[in-house]
Ligand binder design. Structure first.
Ligand SMILES: [Zn+2]
Ligand SMILES: [Zn+2]
Length: 86
């Protein structure tokens, strides 16, 4: 079952289970749409995999299959690609 992480790993923004702004890779690394597009160019910084829109879990299923609550943040891992001398 897909793990619905509660926040963006880059900017720690909340990404509730019904958020259309969540992006996820095949390993369930989770980012907001802004970070995925602007900082990561659609590529997961942890595994180099594709970031796609996370499907929304219907509210009727959340009671039985709740979202994860443990937050993961790795701001250093998702900085824009370092520019030499910048
Ligand atoms: Zn973010
Ligand atoms: Zn990943």
């Amino acid at each position: 079952m897909l793990k619905l992480k509660p926040n963006c790993e880059c900017c720690d923004r909340d990404l509730p289970p019904d958020s259309a702004e969540a992006r996820i890779c095949s390993f369930e690394c989770t980012f907001c749409a802004t970070c995925a597009a602007e900082k990561l160019s659609g590529i997961c910084p942890n595994c180099s995999g594709e970031l796609v829109r996370r499907p929304i879990r219907p509210a009727s299923k959340l009671a039985r299959f709740p979202a994860a609550t443990e937050r993961h943040v790795q701001p250093a891992g998702c900085a824009p690609h370092a520019q030499e001398g910048a």
